[in-house]
Design a protein. Sequence first.
Length: 287
Amino acid sequence: MRDFSNDLSSLALNTATLGHNLDGYGAGWSTEQVIDACAERGFGGIVFWRRELANNAISIGERVRASGMQVVGLCRAPFLVGPLVDAGGARAVHDELLRAIDLAAALQAPVLTIVAGGVEPGSKGIVESLSVLADRVAAAVPHATDCKVKLALEPLHPVYAGDRSCLVTLRDALDICDRIDSTQVGVAIDVYHVWWDTTLQAQLERAGSSRILGYHLCDWLANTSDILLDRGMMGDGVAHLVNLRQWVEDAGYSGFCEIEIFSANNWWQRSPNEVLDQCVERFKSVC
Ligand code: ZN
């Protein structure tokens, strides 16, 4: 297992950790400020959200690399199934997914994260929705291959199954990978969503190094007050972070550890400098 006590080269910031993903939160730092603050602290990489990039993806990617970091990924594809899919149906979903892939390519991000979306309107249970999801991901694989962007299916905690993600276990994510059978498609492992899963270690072994495309850090607060916007800083909750990383690395993963904390009433209320300092401290000591 890698020793991070004095090595930040594998540490990445998901910019949502500074509150940038919802209007009205965060300190309003520009993307450039975020890049510079991460670089100053020795972060190895950074992950952006589509809304931050506008028409600046190429120059933002260049600024990250010039500062000595890597663009680790792009958050995220549009919802592909379920009630939160934008109007326009399957065709519009497909087109928007391709545009997200294009944006990742412009940024030179190697991975685009896919949050599935929930249960298809008019259907019950998750099986049918998972099948539609698999078809829609598969349809984007040729374009993703051309763009050299890998697609990372991120299972979310089951509490989101209805609206945000019918994909709730690593098992089902890997079943979709098997079905699509492309080296372009893999999974993202997020502590927040999988910490409770007693089958996780076996499924990580099944995934192997080639399919684990990302590892996301935060913590699950035992007394969480909001399932979307009350994620914990690493060490403040009940996830066994050391075990989880051990399993991910035992499976062959040696990539970035991306801190991704949505915390409307705590961390997003603090100065970004304080949040970044805490990220570094906790990464060194408890992850
Ligand atoms: Zn995540």
